[in-house]
Design a protein around this ligand. Structure first.
Ligand code: ADP
Ligand code: MG
Length: 249
């Protein structure tokens, strides 16, 4: 049984069956990619996993517990964290303040934007945030305003904000969308570094096959709301149906 078990999930928007019958099992501590053409239902599936959408049918178990009907913040507290396409950071706050916010959220179960005002009183939180920055080799940027960081460092900071909550499952929605090759490669390196440094499961939605084949251990190909095939990257590369439909060959 995987850390994430999706069974028979369907979601309809009016007359459109966005997800048909999705079955997906993500094994713990692996990187699992979900690929497929535009409109295949990837984002819809992700939104189901984080509690932003409730499916019409099926079940979603995370760590053996159902996520359906739970609020996004509850699912987050169960250990699922989502990374957005554009880094969601607070540009006017410093790097360390940005990392402290999810520390408070994890401890108190609430999201406090002004948590940073209590820096002096919260040594433990500062310590946690600094340790996280050191882990991601960003401690030298501790007091910079996040808005002034390079694109790559903004992504790194966002990852620090996720990881400080110690998620078991990281969901990444096209983490390299719109990036130039150099930034894409930096993101691949960053994700590999994160994967190698701690027990974590990653489910990644991605269009860029270079990214998918650089990171994924398992790949699910979604087409018209239903998984077409699930296999290793080697077999996906060699699958004529997949090659024709998704790799443009
Ligand atoms: P992908 O992320 O794979 O490109 P999506 O999950 O975004 O696909 O969309 C799947 C299908 O569902 C598409 O046809 C899209 O237009 C439709 N869709 C997605 N979200 C909504 C919504 N909130 N209301 C109506 N249709 C939607
Ligand atoms: Mg999408």
């Amino acid at each position: 049984m995987g850390i994430l078990e999706v069974k028979g999930v369907g979601k309809r928007f009016g007359g459109l069956q966005a997800l048909g019958d999705v079955n997906l099992s993500v094994a713990e501590n692996t990187v699992h990619a979900i690929i497929g053409p535009n409109g295949a239902g990837k984002s819809t599936l992700l939104n189901v996993l984080v509690g932003k959408l409730i499916p019409d049918t099926g079940s979603v178990l995370f760590d053996g517990k159902s996520v359906l009907g739970r609020k996004p913040h509850e699912i987050n507290q169960m250990g699922i964290s989502r990374v957005f396409q554009t880094p969601e950071i607070f540009g006017d706050l410093t790097v360390i303040e940005n990392v402290m916010i999810p520390c408070f959220a994890k401890r108190d179960g609430s999201f406090r934007l002004h948590a940073f005002e209590r820096v002096e009183a919260e040594e433990e939180i500062v310590y946690q945030a600094e340790k996280m920055l050191a882990d991601l080799r960003m401690l030298d940027k501790r007091d910079l305003h996040a808005g002034t960081l390079s694109r790559g460092d903004k992504r790194r900071l966002e990852m620090a904000m996720c990881l400080v909550q110690e998620p078991k499952l990281l969901l990444l929605d096209e983490p390299t969308a719109g990036m130039a090759r150099a930034d894409t490669n930096n993101t691949i390196d960053l994700l590999r570094e994160i994967k190698a440094s701690r027990p974590i499961t990653m489910a990644i939605i991605e269009h860029d096959m270079h990214v998918v084949f650089s990171l994924a251990e398992r790949i699910t190909v979604l087409a018209q709301g239903t998984p077409l095939v699930e296999d290793t990257p080697e077999n996906i590369k060699g699958n004529p149906k997949v090659r024709e439909a998704y790799l443009g060959e």
